[in-house]
Design a protein around this ligand. Structure first.
Ligand code: HAM
Length: 523
């Protein structure tokens, strides 16, 4: 049996990994110049956190999350759902009551097992509620023994038992994070970061997980470099500065052809009315839309604007535009954002169809596309999410941020730029004769501590083979150490590009190599 990486998941191997490091290092440097600090977030969280922030009806939460039950919680969760989802017929006969009691008793048993295994912890409140549950079960058992069943009472008790399962908090569901904003907001609340001075500016770098259909630029484990600003102010200067930072980062990488699109999607005051207007307009042209868009007319009309189907484009262009339906505050916020971008000399286009697939956005949304990527050409998405922290139980907070899809950014860099030369080896040790190895190891340690890249082969080799390997590894220099050199206390250093060589003592050698490095890396 041969093992392979799972579909949609991949290795990032050298030399490509060097480019990843360069990109991540550039992000760290640029972001820290804007006073952003790194937050390292957990890879998985309660499923509920993502459902509440991204939105339970979004594709990301609904279809794409990798979720699993808390250890040991699975059986308990199923037992609870059996009770909760039991459909009570209008007349419960002996068999129906028996079936329901079977589920209820199974739940009691599973709960005890889970407590015994230490999987489920119960506080006093949970204990009290469970006592109600037990007495309800006892009551139902007694009712079931009566000669004539009292439907109304049996159904009443059954419903009560079903409802009381809400107080059995068991078998929590966890999910691999599909994005980072929800976790940042959770952490902001959990650590009381609203008491920190100034806006809280955080960035994160790491893998995200979505069960999407894999294709070029779309993976099931992909990587993001994200940044968020949380605080009391929703000043559009913050939006503009966040975008400025993003553009500075892309400039640092010399990414060619990146395009910024912005939009405002309004707020709780104005968006609902626009959505209704849009829905009305869509109903009139429904038969000209594809199946996906038809479904969205009622469920989520904004998402129709995202459609890339060629045959829908002409119809979509005729739809009402949100810019004409923004409330005065949102219109003012968007106008100021544009002025702030102009002030910074940042070029953008307004894309009235940029709505984005996550429910937490309001007002500013933006996206960056890059060439060379085909259909998956968005390398970054972001926007404002005032109120998200509050909806997760935190203080009233404004928020804005973005996430760069690192995989796509790297693909675009590879398409548009010459491959950067890999970091070269400074020194290769050709040591000859076992007696010379300790001196080679000693010198290698010294050179490495100066930051030189050094390869010291573990196996003794013939001289020719050793120099051949030095060439294939792309070393700039070989240090040749044979018994003669060892006796004389010198090293032969050979520059491989032109085969010039000289004999030097240890400190001259170090001076020579450091000077070579300065001239090479400076060049
Ligand atoms: P998002 O638009 O869902 O936003 O993702 C941001 C970026 O992640 C996308 O533009 C894309 O480059 C990349 N991406 C998403 N899914 C995949 C995938 N399956 N494979 C490869 N790359 C992918 C967010 O995640 C928000 N949390 C951004 C944000 C931060 N908004 C405010 N703050």
């Amino acid at each position: 049996m041969k093992f392979q990486a799972i579909k949609g998941v991949r290795d990032i191997t050298p030399p490509e990994s060097a480019l990843w490091n360069r990109v991540e290092q550039a992000a760290r440097e640029v972001f820290s110049s804007f006073r952003f600090s790194e937050i390292r977030l957990p890879i998985f969280e309660q499923t509920e956190l993502f459902a509440r922030s991204i939105g339970a009806d979004t594709d990301v939460v609904n279809k794409e999350m990798f979720s699993f039950d808390e250890e040991g919680g699975g059986a308990l969760l199923r037992a609870r759902d059996d009770v909760r989802n039991f459909v009570t017929p209008a007349h419960m006969d002996q068999r129906d009551v028996g079936a329901f009691l079977g589920f209820a008793n199974d739940l009691i048993k599973r709960r005890e097992e889970a407590i015994a295994q230490g999987v489920l912890e119960v506080d006093d409140e949970a204990k009290t509620f469970f006592e109600y549950f037990l007495s309800g079960v006892a009551r139902l058992e007694a009712l079931a023994k009566a000669e004539h069943l009292n439907d109304a009472e049996i159904i009443g008790v059954t419903r009560l038992l079903q409802q009381s399962t809400a107080y059995i908090r068991i078998g929590e569901s966890f999910s691999l994070r599909p994005e980072g904003t929800a976790s940042v907001c959770r952490a902001y609340i959990e650590h009381g970061m609203h008491t920190l001075p100034g806006d809280v500016k955080l960035y994160y770098i790491g893998p995200m997980f979505r069960r999407e259909r894999p294709q070029k630029g779309r993976y099931r484990q992909f990587y993001q470099i994200g940044a968020e600003v949380l605080g009391a102010s929703d000043n559009p200067r913050i939006d503009a500065e966040v975008i400025e930072m993003l553009m500075a980062f892309l400039d640092r990488l010399q990414l060619a052809g990146a395009k910024l699109a912005i939009n405002s999607i309004g707020c709780q005051q104005c968006r609902p009315a626009y959505v209704e207007t849009l829905r009305e307009a869509l109903r009139k042209v429904k038969d000209k839309l594809g199946a996906d868009s038809q479904r969205r007319v009622e469920a989520n009309p904004l998402r129709v604007l995202d459609s890339k189907l060629a045959e829908e484009q002409a119809v979509i262009e005729t739809l009402p535009r949100i810019a004409d339906h923004l409330c005065a505050e949102c219109r003012e916020h968007f106008a100021q954002l544009r002025a702030e971008l102009d002030l910074r000399g940042i070029a953008y286009e307004i894309n009235w169809r940029l709505v984005r697939g996550l429910d937490y956005y309001m007002r500013t949304t933006f996206e960056i596309t890059a060439p060379g990527l085909g259909a998956q050409d968005a390398i970054c998405g972001g926007g404002r999410y005032d109120g998200l922290v509050e909806s997760l139980g935190g203080p009233a907070t404004k928020g804005i941020g973005f996430a760069i899809g690192t995989d796509r950014l790297i693909l675009s860099l590879q398409e548009t730029e010459e491959a950067a030369p890999a970091a070269r080896l400074d020194v290769y040790f050709a040591w000859i004769g076992a007696a010379t190895y300790p001196a080679a190891a000693e010198l290698a340690r010294r050179l490495r501590s100066e930051g030189l890249r050094v390869e010291l082969p573990a196996e003794e080799m013939k001289f020719k083979k050793s120099l051949n390997l030095a060439d294939r590894l792309g070393a700039r220099h070989a240090i040749i150490l044979g018994e003669d050199e060892l006796a004389a206390g010198v090293f032969t250093i050979k520059r491989l590009a032109d085969s010039t060589q000289q004999k030097l003592g240890e400190s001259e050698l170090l001076t020579y190599l450091l000077a070579e490095r300065t001239s090479e890396r400076g060049a």
